[in-house]
Design a protein around this ligand. Structure first.
Ligand code: FPP
Length: 240
């Protein structure tokens, strides 16, 4: 689809959901769904960035996902380490700067090493920003930011009276623009602790499609829907 005449979002965020159901309905094991989700994520992000959308966030592993079976958790963790070369090639080919948001606790040394390598190798890119939420929780992000703020106030590095939304944003895991369009696949209609601060004025889109099947065509539909939304940010549209 031609995006050149459309009002496109600056920041699109995904709650990647439905990998497990996609696999189960095909008689496959859940991990097969995560593998397909991973392949689709690469295709989809390359497409979205090619449309001049600058920021993509994806919720790939929540702090709560550790409650899943050890087998499933280690499959997702191993994707990062086993596919490291592939992920790096993908980022270089598409000139993507990728980084991770979330807590480092509970992640293995190998996973942390892979994450650092991805961040270090891609930090030179400036125009396509991929924020990977991994071991991420929206509440913990706000708590972690608050702790850093309190420390800076105590150290005399921040005057509490100057604290506003812009400064608060800088204390989050990443200093990103607000999310414009938040897509959760699979028909669930919840935010599930995802980017609570950044999603405050986002337009929400909840397709029924499971993530492995959410392709370029599905994304075009989301964008067409987004262009129809009347974003007032708390104001009034006096034209209507
Ligand atoms: C949600 O589907 C998906 C996840 C919890 C994992 C998403 C992970 C990937 C797409 C691959 C990870 C890639 C890297 C690079 C680490 P679900 O399992 O909740 O699906 P269900 O609701 O149908 O069970």
């Amino acid at each position: 689809m031609d995006y050149s005449k459309l009002k496109i979002p600056t920041h699109v965020a995904f709650i990647v959901d439905g990998n497990g159901r996609w696999a189960t309905e095909k008689g496959k094991i859940r991990s097969e769904g995560h593998k397909q989700g991973f392949l689709n994520l690469k295709k989809l992000t390359a497409y979205i960035f090619s449309k001049n959308i600058k920021y993509i966030s994806a919720y790939l592993f929540s702090t709560e996902n550790f409650k899943r079976s050890e087998k499933e958790v280690s499959f997702i963790m191993n994707l990062l380490t086993n596919q490291l070369k592939d992920i790096l090639n993908f980022c270089h080919e598409n000139q993507i700067k990728a980084f991770f948001s979330g807590r480092k606790e509970n992640l293995s040394k190998n996973v942390l090493k892979a994450m650092k390598e991805i961040e270090d190798e891609t930090k030179k890119y400036k125009n396509r920003i991929f924020n990977i939420c991994f071991n991420y929780g929206g509440h913990t992000e706000i708590i972690d930011a608050t702790k850093k703020i309190v420390k800076d106030v105590q150290n005399g590095n921040l005057d509490i009276n100057t604290l506003d939304e812009n400064i608060f944003n800088k204390y989050l895991y990443q200093d990103l623009p607000p999310v414009d369009l938040m897509i959760r696949t699979s028909g669930e209609q919840r935010l599930s602790n995802f980017m609570l601060w950044q999603n405050s004025y986002a337009e929400f889109y909840f397709p029924k499609t499971y993530f492995p099947d959410f392709d370029e065509n599905e994304f075009d539909k989301a964008i067409l829907e987004y262009t129809k939304r009347d974003r007032r940010f708390g104001g009034i549209d006096y034209e209507n």
